[in-house]
Design a protein around this ligand. Structure first.
Ligand SMILES: [Fe+2]
Ligand SMILES: [Fe+2]
Length: 130
């Protein structure tokens, strides 16, 4: 998903560490799809990724609210739609139809896009303030 700890750091350790953890979990999902492991095992990794993403979004809400950030509603709306996409993808996982593999591969970099568009607003905002 991304090069851990490098260009995607926003400078808040708790958030950066969570992003790196999500990156590791996303890579596990990608690897299990590429290696064609069992559907059950891939689903297990994907569920772990979804659950860690949900926890991370809750933490972000708490941490980012300290910075009086404008546009937090749009940010939260994007979190919600990401969880919805992940949940829909999870329910499309099937033993008999392989289409979900491509869906999951396409989704695995969704958080990278989210970080550079939304989470980076916090970095910019803090940069202006301090
Ligand atoms: Fe984030
Ligand atoms: Fe976020």
């Amino acid at each position: 998903m991304f090069d851990p700890g490098k260009s995607l750091n926003i400078g808040i350790p708790e958030i950066d560490e969570a992003h790196e953890k999500l990156d590791r979990l996303a890579k596990k999902v990608e690897r299990s799809i590429i290696a064609n492991v069992s559907v059950a095992e891939t689903r297990k990794h994907f569920l772990t990724f979804i659950s860690a993403t949900e926890t991370h979004f809750e933490n972000e809400k708490r941490v980012f609210s300290q910075y009086g950030l404008p546009g937090m509603n749009a940010h939260r709306a994007e979190h919600k739609s990401i969880i919805q996409l992940l949940t829909e993808a999870e329910s499309s996982i099937s033993e008999t139809n392989d289409a979900w593999r491509k869906t999951l591969m396409d989704l695995m970099d969704i958080l990278t896009r989210h970080i550079v568009t939304f989470d980076f607003e916090v970095k910019t905002h803090r940069g202006v303030k301090h």
